[in-house]
Design a protein around this ligand. Structure first.
Ligand SMILES: Cc1ncc(COP(=O)(O)O)c(C=O)c1O
Length: 444
């Protein structure tokens, strides 16, 4: 049966060999993807706009003007530039790879009986969040109050805030969102925070759902013992302005340990702590205790361990250079394909073996120091480095060169902070730009 899902999976096969294998195991994914009406077949050569993407809004006039689209929602592919004609530097998203990643993660979680609440801080883009929800995600994780506000303005309405927050202003803004009917949960790791949330909820005439944050070893935040977790849970459950929603156990230190066996060992330790807390706190709730956490790096471990009930993976949608180094499933299968690229252009080529591009540190962010990886536009053996704020340096083998304005697309070192450097994402299929998306929560 040719469903939108199958069409997109077929396109992505070239990028994700693992998807090909999974396909034979999949149940009819077409049914649960039926709601994904934004994804539809784009005939080769036609720059169709997926319907209802809300891609460019009047508020995005600058981006629209820059690309000659006009101020409104783009209605005709002919008005969109070609990928190779975009004004550089810019971030482009390969739609087929993005959708294949979204579908694969949703299917992996669904078959493992896990809820999926992807972390939207990876993309900060409402249109991508909507695609994740349409594919089966129960809601989105956000890292900041501002992300929740911007996404709520864009029509999304179910968020879990994964960072602890402090200060009456932010708490009042969260309570205001909850008061407006936005589904919201947040985390706390001490009694003072519980009281502050209670006051904010009371002032807004609403109730806030709170989870106990656990310290999984990184010492960023979180209760470090069962006793501490139990005390916090009791404090929440006994407060009439709050409801107790479970625990958050995000073992972030595991995500980028490249070696699977090393991650597996860290997972064993995490599992033991989570299970102890879960067993102590489960009597406080009806049914299953919500245990949320996990990352792209720990996905396959979390799936097998079954102590988390909800996964927060984020980067899987894009797969950056730093995640490409991580052996996700211990088989080096590379289940998720690269979908996010920075398109840059050559702006100087006077020296043999070296060209300068317009993509530097202001466009590319790394977390662990990786360089961008050239995906297209330069010969094998060429390397890319952000050499200064505004410039990139490509070293070419055998004294080679590239013409001025030659386009080079690189896989970005780390997706989350890189996306936060751009106003706009250009969704492409082949050489066609098929949608222009705002980075909805940029800078907040
Ligand atoms: C609390 C939390 N959950 C989930 C994630 C998603 O992890 P990843 O992007 O590695 O999949 C992050 C990322 O830093 C995070 O901080």
């Amino acid at each position: 049966m040719e469903t939108a899902f199958n069409v997109h999976l077929a396109r992505a096969e070239a990028m994700t060999p693992y998807a090909l294998r999974l396909r034979s195991e999949m149940t009819d994914a077409g049914e649960w993807m039926a709601d994904m009406n934004q994804i539809r077949r784009i005939p080769p050569g036609a720059a169709a706009i997926p319907s209802g993407t809300g891609s460019i809004s009047p508020g995005d006039g600058e981006a629209a003007e820059a690309e000659g689209v006009g101020g409104g929602v783009p209605g005709a592919g002919s008005k969109l530039r070609k990928r190779s004609q975009l004004t550089t530097p810019c971030l482009i998203v390969e739609l087929s790879a993005l959708d294949a990643n979204i579908a694969l993660m949703a299917d992996l979680c669904r078959r493992a009986g896990l809820d999926l609440r992807p972390h939207a801080k990876a993309h900060k883009c409402a249109e991508i969040g909507k695609r994740q929800i349409a594919a089966g995600a129960s809601g989105l994780c956000v890292a900041t109050v501002g992300e929740a506000e911007r996404f709520a303005d864009a029509g999304l309405n179910d968020f879990h805030l994964t960072s602890t927050v402090a200060g009456p202003d932010k708490l009042a803004r969260l309570a205001a969102l909850a008061g407006k009917g936005v589904l919201l949960s947040a985390v706390v790791d001490n009694r003072e925070m519980v009281d502050a949330f209670s006051q904010a909820a009371n002032a807004a005439g609403t109730k806030i759902n709170l989870l106990v944050e656990l310290d999984m070893g990184r010492h960023r935040a979180g209760a470090a013992s069962v006793e501490e977790a139990l005390d916090l849970a009791r404090g929440i459950a006994g407060n009439r302005h709050l409801s107790f929603g479970g625990v958050q156990a995000y073992a972030g230190h595991m995500s980028h340990q490249n070696d699977y066996a090393q991650r597996r060992r860290a997972g064993d330790k995490a599992k033991a702590f989570i299970a102890t807390v879960r067993d102590a706190l489960t009597p406080m709730v009806d049914g299953r205790l919500r245990v949320t956490g996990g990352s792209t790096g720990s996905l396959f471990i979390d799936r097998d361990d079954k102590v988390l009930t909800e996964l927060q993976c984020g980067s899987y949608i894009f797969m950056d250079v730093e995640y490409m180094a991580v052996d996700l499933d211990g088989k080096r299968s590379a289940p998720f394909g690269n979908s996010l690229f920075l398109e840059t252009a050559v702006i100087s080529n006077r020296i043999p073996g070296l060209v300068t591009t317009d993509g530097g540190d202001k466009r590319l962010a790394a977390k662990y120091g990786a360089n961008p990886l050239i995906a297209r536009g330069a010969p094998d053996g060429a390397t890319y480095r952000a050499s200064s704020d505004e410039h990139g340096e490509i070293k070419l083998p055998s004294g080679g060169t590239l013409p001025l304005n030659a386009r080079i697309e690189v896989i970005v070192p780390h997706c989350d902070p890189t996306v936060n450097l751009a106003d706009t994402l250009y969704a492409v299929h082949g050489d066609d730009v098929v949608a222009i998306w705002s980075v909805t929560a940029r800078g907040v």
